[in-house]
Design a protein around this ligand. Structure first.
Ligand SMILES: NC(=O)c1ccc[n+]([C@@H]2O[C@H](COP(=O)([O-])OP(=O)(O)OC[C@H]3O[C@@H](n4cnc5c(N)ncnc54)[C@H](O)[C@@H]3O)[C@@H](O)[C@H]2O)c1
Length: 347
């Protein structure tokens, strides 16, 4: 069993504490938050509270430190924890620039301690269903995958509204959606375009539309909205031999697999104020439609893997190169939005 301490007892720090308390691979030694009210909340939940972050670093029984504080404070805490000889799990987004990520990776290598990022949405079942379908080749190679999350409550009214703390939706949800997409598409990104929205907040993005173009011609559309009163499907995949859709993150994956391209006779259909053959439904002999079950998932696998990786018994699931690649996409997305231009990349 590895001993873990959690820095920051806000929403996500408390979530980590409850996960670790229920764990079969790690113990919670305690937490520390700079706000007394949050330390009091931890104590009320029966959790030991350290006197400071330095007290956590000095505790020789602690193997792993989890960093769960606002985004602009990740780098120095990660580096201090590594230098104190701890393995480190940092919340997403790892930080706010590639330069920052490089310093954290260098500190991990220098200290000889593991460092990873909590990309927990790799365990989302909707994403796992899409990835499984794409990897299997059941409906051929994906041509374009669309990933959308749309809500209607704006940005939470905390540090997420402020640029200096790394607020905005690209850093909040975007990092998950980009990371998921890059788990499906491993080929190089050659071009991207991003357009951010500022409907409820001028300082940081309250949503974005990001298009990625890959070297083999495949594409991805990633969209996050916080001012959408109706939501579009969670995932849509157009592939060489069919299409797939997941309407909601708990729903089954609906697949339409092409069995034959040529149809015998196409009867035009009346559609709005005209008729069309092009958009007429296909005959059922050329298409096979079915639902795929959503795969099983256990997000605790994240901690299990990290503990095994520390003992050299597994490869770390969330790898440095992947963490860096996501941040490269984020940097290029901000540049594209700022200049309102397509950005040529090699990511
Ligand atoms: N992986 C996920 O699904 C997920 C979900 C939510 C948040 N997060 C991430 O977790 C991090 C924290 O977000 P949150 O929602 O918990 O925010 P929060 O505001 O609820 O909590 C952050 C806490 O950190 C404390 N803090 C700030 N600086 C500190 C420091 N130097 N030392 C100790 N404590 C400090 C604050 O007092 C606060 O209580 C962010 O990076 C966020 O992006 C990840």
């Amino acid at each position: 069993m590895k001993n873990i301490a959690v820095i920051g007892y806000g929403g996500q720090g408390a979530w980590h504490c409850s996960q670790i308390l229920a764990s079969d691979v790690c113990n919670l030694t305690g937490t520390y938050d700079i706000r007394q009210v949050r330390n009091d909340a931890a104590k009320a939940n029966g959790i030991f509270v350290y006197d400071s972050n330095e007290a956590i670093f000095a505790d020789t029984t602690v193997d792993i430190v989890v960093i769960a504080v606002p985004n602009d404070s990740h780098e120095y805490l990660v580096i201090n924890a590594l230098q104190a000889g701890k393995h480190v799990i940092c919340e997403k987004p790892v930080e706010m620039s590639v330069a920052s990520v490089d310093r954290m990776i260098a500190a991990s290598k220098k200290a000889g301690k593991l460092f990873t990022v909590h990309q927990n949405r790799r365990w989302d079942v909707d994403f796992l269903a899409m990835k499984k379908l794409a990897d299997s080749g059941e409906i051929g190679k994906p041509l374009c995958i669309e990933s959308r999350i749309q809500g209607s409550r704006g940005i939470p009214s905390d540090w997420r509204c402020e640029k200096k703390h790394g607020g905005g939706m690209i850093f909040d949800w975007g990092v998950h959606l980009i990371d998921q997409m890059l788990q499906i598409y491993k080929q190089k990104i050659v071009r991207l375009y991003c357009n951010c929205s500022h409907i409820t907040n001028k300082e940081v993005d309250d949503g974005f539309k990001l298009d990625l173009y890959f070297e083999d011609g495949a594409a991805a559309h990633i969209e996050l909205g916080t001012y959408n009163f109706l939501a579009m499907p969670r995932f849509y995949m157009q592939s060489e031999k069919g299409s797939a859709i997941i309407t909601d993150w708990r729903h089954k994956c609906h697949v339409a697999k092409l069995t034959k391209w040529i149809e015998k006779d196409v009867t035009p259909v009346q559609n709005a104020a005209g008729i069309t053959k092009t958009m007429a439904p296909r005959d059922s002999l050329t298409l096979d439609e079915y639902d795929l079950d959503i795969p099983k998932s256990d997000v605790h696998e994240f901690y299990r893997n990290f503990c095994l990786a520390i003992d050299g018994k597994a490869e770390q699931i969330v790898k440095h190169a992947e963490i860096r690649r996501v941040m490269q996409v984020i940097e290029a997305a901000f540049l594209s939005d700022e200049n309102k231009q397509v950005v040529e990349v090699n990511i």
